[in-house]
Design a protein around this ligand. Structure first.
Ligand code: S3P
Length: 170
């Protein structure tokens, strides 16, 4: 259960549905959505893909940390959709662990659910080559990191958006 003053934060791999689920949750809870990729794009006026291509991943990750930090610092309780790589930095994991927030890991099978869902969307330069292999490697690398920050885990394989939303709110 989410408490009144707490942020609700969704973490999980690319393609798991964080942005979609966050929008529905925000409607349900009467809160604003704070989607870290979208905030980066709005603040810089550039796309995630362009930042990766022109400035590199390290620069993108630095922006991501600052955007996560400001979202978590908001007085107003938000629904925060953290991009897939938000758990990579120990600094970000500490922010998530220490925040006044309930962190939910949306978890899905990389070989089936995630692979199917990443087919649409253009903001994922890391998946340009070999999406199946990359998703599997990323999942292996990040699984323990998602687990480390999560207060709850919701499995999304074979579940609709509304079923996932209900599970997150439970
Ligand atoms: C990334 C996830 C993407 C985006 C970038 C890198 C990652 O966000 O930030 O392509 O490293 O997992 P979504 O999880 O919203 O797709």
């Amino acid at each position: 259960m989410i408490r009144a003053g707490q942020h609700l934060v969704l973490v999980g791999m690319m393609g798991v549905g964080k942005s979609t689920v966050a929008r529905v949750l925000a409607d349900r809870l009467g809160r604003a959505v704070y989607d870290t990729d979208h905030v980066i794009e709005a603040q810089t006026g550039r796309s995630v893909r362009d930042i990766f291509a022109a400035d590199g991943e390290v620069a993108f990750r630095a922006l991501e940390t600052e955007v996560l930090r400001s979202g978590l610092a908001s007085e107003e309780p938000l629904v925060i959709a953290g991009a897939g790589g938000v758990v990579l930095a120990e600094e970000n994991r500490a922010l998530l662990r220490d925040a006044r927030a309930r962190v939910v890991w949306l978890c899905a099978d990389p070989a089936t659910t995630l692979l199917e869902r990443v087919r649409n969307g253009t903001h994922r330069p890391l998946l340009d080559d070999d999406p199946a292999g990359t998703l599997q490697r990323m999942f292996t690398q990040r699984e323990a990191m998602y687990r480390d920050v999560a207060d709850a885990i919701v499995l999304v394989d074979h579940r609709s958006v509304s079923e996932v939303v209900e599970a997150v709110l439970r």
